[in-house]
Design a protein around this ligand. Structure first.
Ligand SMILES: C[S@@+](CC[C@H](N)C(=O)[O-])C[C@H]1O[C@@H](n2cnc3c(N)ncnc32)[C@H](O)[C@@H]1O
Length: 262
């Protein structure tokens, strides 16, 4: 069987330095104190002061550190060792404490034995999961009784669309797909090419995996805007900085959020 994890880890290590210097991530702004969190998750997660927060798939830690700036006792986990090295460095540089762990999400029980008040994950995470049921099991394992799991993510419906907005891919499918396109979502023109392995889940797969673990779904919200230029040339930024489709006749969900409690 192909070693998906090694291939995906290599790609994430390769893109980390590109993301670090990208306009999308705005590292200089973050270092000056700007939060990398957007209003949806800040409003929906609510107050985090004094709460333990596990951030799954944290990349180089800007969101983890943004939660820590708001008073969370934060732990970030990511597969990419380059990302985690940078996250640790950033934490020291801005003097905001947080713990960072480099691990495949499915191997986390080998290196972390603790429960959390909040588990958070966001924007571009589901497609890297080889097993959605195992993912929900990990979430359940790390959540305290009375704790909250929260995800805000690209809506799975958008997975059926090609860059030129044609219905091109299956909504219902068994992964993985190989992606060997060039560039990254933070810089489509970046000189980066590599094979990654991606999975796609229906929204019901996500909800049912959490229900199967016994978690209570508090809500699922859908939004007609997103956080990045998902369909280059077809999107524009509104006055709030959100990316929306230029063609106002098209109204489709671009993001969803879900809160579950234990
Ligand atoms: C799109 S990014 C995270 C999104 C985050 N909101 C951000 O923009 O910084 C996806 C992250 O998932 C991580 N990742 C991919 N596969 C993983 C796995 N099997 N276990 C843990 N992390 C993984 C990647 O290294 C990457 O940092």
């Amino acid at each position: 069987m192909k070693d998906y994890v090694t291939a995906n880890k290599k790609w994430w290590n390769d893109v980390t330095s590109i993301h670090l210097h990208s306009k999308l991530y705005d590292l200089p702004g973050f270092k000056k104190g700007k939060s990398s969190l957007v209003p949806i998750e800040q409003e929906e997660v609510g107050t985090v002061r004094g709460k333990s927060l596990l951030h799954l798939m944290c990349h180089f830690g800007m969101d983890t550190l943004s939660w820590a700036r708001l008073g969370a006792i934060a732990t970030g986990v990511d597969l990419s060792d380059d990302s985690i090295k940078i996250a640790k460095k950033l934490s020291k540089e801005i003097n905001v404490p947080a713990k960072f762990i480099c691990s495949d999400i499915y191997k986390l029980p080998d290196v972390l034995d603790k429960k959390f008040d909040i588990i958070f994950t966001s924007y571009g995470v589901l497609c890297w999961l080889s097993n959605i049921k195992k993912w929900a099991k990990i979430i359940n394992q790390y959540l305290k009784v009375g704790g909250m799991f929260y995800i805000v993510e690209l809506h799975p419906f958008t997975n059926v669309l090609s860059f030129d907005f044609k219905i091109h891919y299956k909504y219902f499918k068994k992964g993985p797909d190989i992606d060997d396109s060039s560039g990254t979502y933070a810089d489509w023109g970046a000189d980066i090419k590599g094979s990654t392995y991606l999975w796609s889940y229906a929204i019901s797969d996500v909800i049912n995996a959490l229900i199967y673990e016994g978690l209570k779904i508090e809500y699922v919200h859908e939004f007609p805007f997103t956080t990045y230029d998902q369909f280059p040339g077809l999107m524009e930024q509104n006055e709030k900085g959100q990316y929306v489709l230029k063609n106002k006749k098209i109204q489709i969900p671009l993001l969803f959020s879900l809160k579950a409690t234990k």
